[in-house]
Design a protein around this ligand. Structure first.
Ligand code: ADP
Length: 398
């Protein structure tokens, strides 16, 4: 089947047309600056990249441009829209409504809207993308795959915060977790690589990208994850602070004469690696600056690694053991130093890193030695493929 995967942001739209049999993409691209001016970057394996700077006033125009380029006789990969079997949409927040992907219906759209309060920057943009596709391809089945869904199996003790229970009941304040599609995909890949049923395994997945989260997956089900009601909690990230004492918010507000919104903006956009280093949110910059002796960049790297080590330790405790630890996303897949630094702090678990395998990049690889008690892996994540696969499964079971 050919599945068009759409990830719609407030001014951008990422797409991939995936052949679910070969598991490869036929074409992919990104529309940016929607509503500002507009630029579409389109690429097809084996062909030159194509850039179109035609205006994209609305998301509907962006979806139209994507459908047009996919069916273009020269730059396209399909001869008509009929060849698209389904569209899979990434949606950030499914609240407590959705514990798995679902086919789009009016009821589903309404519930995604109800979750907008919890993800005001993302859900409305996701909905715009869904509605634009529904208008332009009214007869094509569509699915929605939620970032939060995989984490809905967390037990109450893991998702409740220690605050008045009425806030959970009235406002839905609880841990939801994000990057669920990636945690689900990677944990299944690890089970496959180990040649064991996922039901028998305790896996910790470290998704380390610009946004980072760690999850504990016991028997294929998420039992805890580091992001919370919003993606601000947990790891030290590119620009997000991750965990901190909540009283700090008021303290900064007073000292800097800021509103709560302004402090939250600092914690989301000016903290993390960027905040500590004072120079960059990009991990590659942090690495090169610390190699050159920049103390602040070193401090950022150390704090980033230490937070990961602490979470892994707590998730080993939460699951009463661990069989495998996996690293994924931009930093986790590509950087051997962070994997080595983290895993060398886990010698107490019986993890032994194989330095040669850990130096490999780009492929799924077991980076621990054969006799390592706990296995470690680097696994490139592929959220688009996972969305396509979930969409195919939904269609087949419909
Ligand atoms: P997101 O999808 O959350 O925007 P990514 O998963 O693409 O983020 O990860 C981006 C991060 O990965 C950046 O901090 C970037 O520096 C880092 N990264 C990408 N490639 C490498 C590499 N080869 N070595 C180290 N870090 C890398």
């Amino acid at each position: 089947m050919k599945i068009l995967v759409i990830n719609c942001g407030s001014s951008s739209l990422k797409y991939q047309l995936i052949d679910s049999e070969t598991e490869h993409y036929l074409a992919k691209g990104l529309c940016e600056r929607i509503g500002i001016d507009g630029v579409l970057n389109h690429s097809v394996p084996g062909k030159d990249k194509f850039v179109d700077e035609s205006p994209l006033p609305t998301h509907k125009d962006a979806v139209s441009a994507v459908l047009k380029i996919l069916t273009d006789p020269e730059k396209g990969v399909i001869s008509s829209l009929e060849e698209i079997d389904a569209v899979g949409h990434r949606v950030v927040h499914g609240g407590e409504y959705f514990s798995k992907a679902v086919l789009v219906s009016d009821d589903v759209i309404e519930k995604i809207g109800l979750c907008s309060d919890l993800a005001p920057l993302h859900n409305p943009a996701n909905l715009i993308g869904i509605n634009a596709c529904r208008e332009l391809m009214p007869n094509t089945p569509m699915s929605v795959v939620f970032d939060t869904a995989f984490h809905q199996t967390m037990p109450r003790k893991a998702y409740l915060y220690g605050i008045p229970y009425s806030y959970y009941e009235e406002y839905g304040i609880r841990r939801y977790g994000f990057h669920g599609t990636s945690h689900n995909y990677v944990s299944h890949r690890v089970a496959k690589l180990m040649g064991r049923p996922i039901e028998d395994l305790k896996i910790i997945v470290c998704h380390l990208g610009n946004g980072s989260s760690i999850s504990a997956v016991d028997g294929g089900k998420c039992v805890d994850t580091s992001m919370g009601m919003t993606p601000l909690e947990g790891m030290i990230m590119g620009t997000r602070s991750g965990d901190l004492d909540p009283a700090i918010v008021q303290y900064i507000a007073k000292k800097e004469n800021m509103s709560i919104d302004q402090v939250l903006d600092v914690l989301n956009k000016k903290s993390g690696l960027l905040g500590i280093s004072g120079t960059s949110s990009d991990f590659r910059d942090i690495l090169s600056a610390s190699e050159q002796g920049d103390e602040r960049a070193k401090a950022a790297f150390e704090a980033f690694a230490y937070r990961i080590v602490k979470y892994i330790g707590s998730y080993v405790a939460a699951m009463n053991g661990v069989d495998a630890i996996a690293f994924t996303a931009g930093i986790g897949e590509n950087n051997s130093l962070i994997r080595e630094t983290v895993l060398s702090s886990l010698a107490y678990l019986g993890v032994k890193v194989d330095p040669e395998k850990n130096a490999l990049r780009g492929d799924e690889v077991m980076i621990s030695t054969e006799d390592s008690v706990v296995k470690a892996f680097a696994v490139p994540t592929n959220e688009e493929l996972a969305i396509a696969q979930e969409t195919v499964a939904l269609l087949q079971n419909a």
